[in-house]
Design a protein around this ligand. Structure first.
Ligand SMILES: Nc1ncnc2c1ncn2[C@@H]1O[C@H](COP(=O)(O)OP(=O)(O)O)[C@@H](O)[C@H]1O
Ligand SMILES: [Mg+2]
Length: 291
């Protein structure tokens, strides 16, 4: 298909200029864009319904859109508008970030635990807390879905493709989604699961990846992952020291039993993370509230 298919022509009539591709998924592509209507760079997620299976079109995409319409938080990507065109294409116009957390970790090898990783993690926790407080769950928390501003300081959660409404336990999910490397044992084992506790597990993987530059559990052999997850995480030799409080938090988030994992509200109260908030509050202007 040519680059300027029907939908893209429509978009340019509306004043948008599409640029390079930022990321690509199975049924969507995210491209840089500009428009006279909005200041600053934009990113447009182009979803092609015609190439997507019924499950995606009728179940997951409507959920993603209704969540995006309902939420607004400084650590969640801001969506400006949705543009539907008649050929089945959907354009989600949002603020553009400079990079994502996976790219940053790959570029630097790993992040300094304090302040960088901790500051980013606090913001991701704030975004997930906002969602869980509204009985929404993400179910695909991973470094690729955490966007970052150019200075790497402001984090914004994105990609609600597996998001849904859930009150958490005893409201269980049976859709085993996300990425194996970030998936909790109960999800890998196919046991009906509390999606809020699944998000908490994935948060643990995100923190581990940031501070080590490695995945905590190799997903080459998925069937043996739960057994390895039960043993707990190991840290690579020669990594250098990590604060005990950081390791303790990772261990807490990666508890094998979902019932033993804290809720995200509990995580937000973690003393080591609170240290990040205190440092920030004193270094920022008085009217900035981080929560
Ligand atoms: N607003 C944005 N700004 C900059 N890059 C983005 C933005 N949204 C997405 N990306 C890039 O595109 C990738 C895929 O976007 P995402 O919404 O996660 O789609 P998918 O559902 O295909 O995973 C992200 O991992 C990120 O690298
Ligand atoms: Mg994604």
């Amino acid at each position: 298909m040519s680059k300027s298919s029907g939908g893209d022509r429509w978009l340019s009539e509306l004043g948008y200029k599409l640029g390079q591709t930022l990321g690509e998924g199975s049924y969507s592509k995210v491209r840089v864009a500009t428009s006279a209507k909005y200041k600053g760079p934009l990113a447009i997620k182009v979803v092609d319904r015609r190439r997507a299976p019924p499950d995606f079109v009728h179940k997951f995409l409507p959920r993603e859109l209704s969540i995006l319409r309902a939420i607004r938080h400084p650590n969640i990507v801001r969506v400006f508008e949705f543009i539907e065109v008649c050929n089945g294409k959907l354009y989600i116009v949002m603020e553009a970030a400079s990079t994502d957390l996976l790219q940053l970790v790959q570029q630097l090898g790993k992040l300094p635990c304090v302040p960088d990783a901790r500051d980013i993690f606090v913001q991701v926790v704030a975004a997930v807390r906002y969602l869980h407080d509204r009985n929404l769950v993400h179910r695909d928390l991973k470094c690729e879905n955490v966007l970052l501003t150019a200075d790497g300081r402001r984090a914004k959660l994105t990609d609600f493709g597996f998001g849904r409404e859930s009150r958490g336990y005893p409201d269980l999910s049976t859709t085993y989604c996300g990425s194996a490397a970030y998936a909790s044992p109960e999800v890998l084992l196919g046991i009906p699961y509390d999606p809020k506790k699944y998000d908490v597990w994935s948060l643990g993987v995100v923190l581990y990846v940031m501070v080590t530059g490695c995945m905590p559990f190799d997903d080459t052999h998925i069937h043996s992952m739960p057994r390895r997850q039960k043993k707990g995480v190991f840290y690579p030799d020669g990594l250098g020291p990590l604060p005990e409080a950081c390791k303790a938090l990772i261990a807490l988030l990666l508890q094998f039993s979902p019932a033993s994992r804290p809720g995200v509200g509990q995580v937000a109260k973690n003393t080591w993370l609170k240290g990040a908030l205190l440092n920030k509050d004193t270094s920022r202007s008085l009217n900035t509230r981080i929560d």
